[in-house]
Write a protein that binds this ligand. Sequence first.
Ligand code: ADP
Ligand code: 5GP
Length: 247
Amino acid sequence: MAGILFLISAPSGSGKSTLVNQLRSLVDGLDFSISYTTRAPRGSEQDGREYHFISREQFVAMVERGDFLEHAEVFGNFYGTPRTSLTEAAQHGRDLLLDIDVQGAEQVRQKVPDAVSVFVLPPNPEVLEMRLRNRSRAEGAVTEDVIKRRLAKARTEIENYRQYRYILVNNILDKAVEELTAIVKCERLKRGAVENGSAKGDLQHLADIAERCRQGNVIGLEDVLRSFGLGAQMRLPNQQLFEHGGE
Ligand code: ADP
Ligand code: 5GP
């Protein structure tokens, strides 16, 4: 596609939808791909707004027709990105954002190697659990079993963080929104976009924020990974990489 394809993934409950909604209100020219799913709508979700909610039979028919750029099974439901999202964004000269899981992101990276990928992490498992519980209270529909499954899955999803170009730790919401916005704007600038009305100093500030979120530059990432029981990638003084502290 002509515009930039942004991929964003995160363990469920990390705050990805919250971040994406705020990003969309802050930047122009960015389309959001509405996925198809076989899961039931939650809370205030509306068909055609958050997702296109369809039956398994309809989903299988779409797979067979080759309608999806990628599709995957997540928590027992199917999710897929329609190819039409890309063609429409390209036709209108807009960038496109896909909110997809780690399996879907892997499929898209194979097909669109210059896609810009962002992985959102919660600061630790306790905060993730609290966010999942708060959200389920607000929606009134999620069971204890679902929360337990989502927490268990978080760790295996986080293991894939190295496949992403940028890493965002969503601790303080405003800071994470600022970082995600900086990533989008900087990737546009790299491809020659012009930020109207921005002074040189502002652009440098944006570039600095985005650079701090790049894979390998994120301060405090080791602590986050360790809190999920995962080994962190450490940089030795001689710049070799080594693994430490697994389980
Ligand atoms: P996801 O889309 O990753 O599943 P949501 O965006 O639905 O997650 O967020 C899960 C819950 O956490 C929501 O109740 C949301 O309001 C809350 N939340 C998101 N980001 C933050 C944050 N930085 N600080 C506190 N609460 C947050
Ligand atoms: P939820 O049901 O909580 O909205 O989403 C569950 C998971 O499915 C999230 O990780 C979300 O990113 C992912 N997801 C949503 N749409 C798609 C899609 O079109 N393809 C893939 N592979 N994953 C998706």
